[in-house]
Design a binder for this molecule. Structure first.
Ligand SMILES: *Cc1c(COP(=O)(O)O)cnc(C)c1O
Length: 324
């Protein structure tokens, strides 16, 4: 049993992760759009993690975790489960560090994500998202083959790695009045929370979930971890049934609110990103922007950060979504 408590995961771990990622991960740009500023009535600063290696912030946590393996762990290999971006992050990190990787992926994962993961040289094991327990499959593989399991969000090294998104953003833009971050299992939000409380303590930090899968919002409001049926949403990267124990503890302590966005709002936000900033982003990637467009009068005249978390979407599907 893992005995780490939240007090053990601090901003110092985010700083250490930034050191490991230096020269390996991209320091992604901050994008802006006058038209979006006018629509929102605020200054909106986008941290562009769809331009990160593997097309999502997940590379940060994956590389931070794998680069801390000892020699025996490196030789035996890593196993993980993921609907896509964490899979690619672990597969690429493993290749860079010369570690064998086994990835448990849902049968309905986007084809582009499966192909990219296989392309990095990982072995793929598939499962049915609606009937099988991926964590159990991952744990079995770990036990049978002596692999180290690195889950997609509920791990101190993953949280610390994702936190470097927030660290870079505040270092580049300074204090913010509010920051909107997509929320699936909470690795990104909890890591960014550590950076926010250290670097811009007064910033209002908001997590954004798909409306069809608001387990995090329910957990936040009830003060206990709520698990829901696997949600059906366009935001496949945030279709998690529950937050993690570590991530929930940090989110409860450091996050101000959790709001939701519908699939239609995500498509509208994708279209806006394409037409204004000329960027291709995945549905999960625009949860933060969708929430900012809600509209929210409280943002008037403020400096508002938004994390765009990823850009991995099959182009045929992307075209279909935007055409509707
Ligand atoms: C994984 C992922 C998320 C959600 O991150 P969590 O750490 O699980 O909350 C959001 N956007 C994209 C693109 C992702 O891949």
């Amino acid at each position: 049993m893992d005995t780490t408590t939240i007090g053990d995961i601090t901003f110092d771990d985010v700083v250490a992760a930034a050191g490991r990622l230096d020269g390996v991960a991209h320091r992604t740009p901050v994008l802006t759009s006058r038209r979006i500023d006018d629509l929102v009535g605020a200054e909106v600063l986008f941290k562009a993690e769809h331009l990160q290696r593997v097309g999502a912030f997940k590379f940060r946590g994956g590389y931070n975790a794998l680069s801390q393996f000892d020699d025996d762990q490196r030789a035996a290999g890593v196993v993980t489960y993921s609907s896509g971006n964490h899979a690619q992050a672990i597969a690429l990190s493993a290749r860079l560090l010369d570690i064998p990787a086994t990835i448990v992926m849902p049968t309905d994962a986007p084809a582009s994500k499966v192909a990219a993961t296989r392309g990095y040289g990982a072995e793929i094991v598939t499962y049915d998202r609606y009937t099988q327990d991926r964590a159990a499959i991952g744990a079995d593989l770990a036990a049978e083959r002596g692999l180290t399991l690195i889950p997609p969000y509920d791990h101190p090294h993953i949280i610390a790695g994702q936190g470097t998104v927030g660290k870079e953003l505040f270092e580049e833009v300074g204090d913010l009045d509010a920051l909107f971050v997509c929320l699936g299992g909470g690795g990104l939000l909890s890591g960014v929370a550590l950076a926010t409380r250290a670097l811009s303590p007064g910033c209002r930090l908001v997590g954004v979930e798909p409306a069809a899968g608001n387990d995090g919002q329910q957990s936040f409001e009830r003060g206990e971890l709520v698990t829901i049926e696997p949600p059906r949403t366009l935001a496949d990267g945030a279709a998690t049934p529950s937050l993690g124990h570590h991530t929930f503890a940090i989110i409860r302590r450091d996050v101000d609110a959790i709001v939701t966005a519908t699939d239609n709002e995500l498509v509208d936000a994708m279209r806006l990103v394409a037409s204004t900033m000329k960027q291709v982003v995945e549905p999960t990637g625009v949860l933060g922007l969708a929430a900012v467009l809600a509209p929210r009068e409280e943002l008037a005249g403020q400096r508002v950060g938004v994390v765009i978390s990823g850009g991995n979407v099959d182009l045929d599907r992307y075209a279909d979504l935007l055409a509707d």
